[in-house]
Design a protein around this ligand. Sequence first.
Ligand SMILES: [Zn+2]
Ligand SMILES: [Zn+2]
Length: 291
Amino acid sequence: MAEAAALLLPGEAEALVQALRSGSLLNTGDHGWLRQHEAIEKLNMQAILSASASQEQLLIELLVNYAKIPTLIEELISVEIWKHKVFPVLCQLKDFKPKSTFPIYLVLHHEASIVNLLETMFFHKEICESAEDTILDLIDYSYRKLTLLAAWSTNGEFPTHEKLLPEDLTNASSMQVPVIRDRIVRENSGKWQAIAKHQVKHMFSPSEDELKHLACRWARTYNLDVMEALVPEKPKCGLCGSEATKRCSRCQNEWYCKRECQVQHWQKHKKACNLMADALKKIKEDLKVQP
Ligand SMILES: [Zn+2]
Ligand SMILES: [Zn+2]
């Protein structure tokens, strides 16, 4: 890619970075949380687009100047704790009968979005330095994940949390120990059930209208052009498999290298195309209803 595809204008990126903050575990999934999730998702996409054109200087400056790397690390650990402490309790609650599990999925996906953003940005020295002491918390987090992976690949058992001790790190004698996880667990200890109950009632039982509103916001965040720029491989022709540049204009879902291939493929593609085109039409109509 010669030029970075822009998803965010510099001013937009700055506003999103500036607004990042660490919220409480109790508010996971509420409106403010959703706004922040959307912001992180946009910054994440922008980071990938910029990095593939080696133009991530602006994002580096923003994250360093506003000192938001520690905020992102704290947010990452908070969602990890939610997943292990609140989510299992929440699923067992009697009144957990959501019309859609999409809002829950967003919380689970949140962890991946933050990891992805950090992974792209930690390529740069200034970003690593700006993590300051929270770098230990991030190493501790990574260590937990690796322990999990290792356990799964050997005996499929779920290991208990092992903490990374300072002596495990080389040259760590003057370093502090990770503190974020312990602090959040301590603050919420004994409240997991209450948090789960509150969240089922106020955040994870969306009405039809709320779901529609959410879907519209997401359709805007994940627009097709940006998504395509994020995928490294070029699309392939639905008939012959060679590199494709033309998309079926009806369903936007199948690619072709030339007109002949599309014509030949039509009998096979017709059924799927009709289904997709109908769904697309419905989404567009719903979008029009929303302001
Ligand atoms: Zn073809
Ligand atoms: Zn089609």
